[in-house]
Design a protein around this ligand. Structure first.
Ligand SMILES: [Zn+2]
Length: 262
């Protein structure tokens, strides 16, 4: 797995009550925006308020000042300004998911750079859709890995079920179309309290949202443990099945893991 376990930026603190409201309880203004913006076409969207950036909805909302931020195209200019004005975060229990391409190094050795690029783009598009269709919050892309979270205030009280639905969608063999060789994915699924908050990215040029803590590393390790077409989940998630103790790299005690698929 090529994933870095933690972002290189230090976590920022402050505005704890505000961020706890947004990610644990749900902020009424943001949830109202979600309801409205989901009705408008179409992807990609602002990660925070889900305003569409493309299609008729994107054109219309851009005229109302909700265009992609020039500093960070994952957020609209309003949400980018919000992250800038209210840096900080809070500890919140949520569902976490890491997904990456299996055997990508072996594939990269025998394929052309253009094919590798097309394969990764197809993976990122399909993974983004599976996650956002199930109300997940895309946290980061690291090479051929996608990290997403389902904080209850953002994704709803049934966040664990939604994260599991995304994990199951990600291991469907027909997820990624148009590739000559099947793109096989491994998924790590976990539920735990993590610190979620802003980071000053790209030497402070813009802000992003990230997650921190040992539980994040456990989720990354679960994704590494998963074979092609498998989900490795902890029993705290909505995954059901027989749990077996597994040693995760860097941890002294075994973790109970339920393996789905494959
Ligand atoms: Zn936004």
């Amino acid at each position: 797995m090529t994933t870095q376990d933690q972002p290189s930026q230090p976590r920022e603190t402050g505005n704890e009550e505000l961020w706890h409201t947004i990610f644990a309880d749900g902020h009424p203004d943001l949830l109202k925006q979600h309801r409205l913006h989901r009705l408008l076409p179409h992807e990609p969207r602002c990660r925070m308020c889900l305003v569409p950036f493309k299609g008729l909805g994107g054109w219309w909302m851009a005229r109302r000042g909700k265009a992609p931020s020039s500093r960070n195209p994952h957020y609209c200019s309003a949400c980018d300004g919000f992250l800038e004005t209210f840096p900080g975060g809070a500890e919140v229990e949520m569902s976490l998911l890491f997904v990456d391409i299996r055997q990508s190094t072996a594939y990269a050795r025998q394929a052309s750079p253009a094919d590798v690029q097309a394969r990764i783009s197809a993976f990122l598009d399909a993974a983004t859709e599976a996650i956002t269709d199930n109300d997940g919050f895309i946290m980061a892309f690291y090479g051929d890995c996608v990290v997403a979270v389902w904080p209850p205030g953002f994704s709803g009280p049934d966040h664990a079920d939604k994260a599991l639905a995304a994990a199951q969608a990600l291991i469907r063999p027909d997820l990624i179309e148009g590739q000559e060789t099947a793109v096989e994915l491994g998924v790590g699924l976990h539920k735990a309290a993590v610190y979620i908050g802003t980071v000053a990215a790209a030497k402070g040029l813009f802000r992003d949202v990230s997650i921190f803590g040992e539980e994040v590393i456990i989720c990354a390790r679960l994704a590494s443990l998963a074979g092609p077409g498998q989900v490795c989940a902890t029993p705290a998630t909505a995954a059901r099945g027989e749990a077996k103790p597994e040693m995760l790299k860097g941890f002294d005690d075994p973790v109970e893991v339920i393996t789905l698929g494959g």
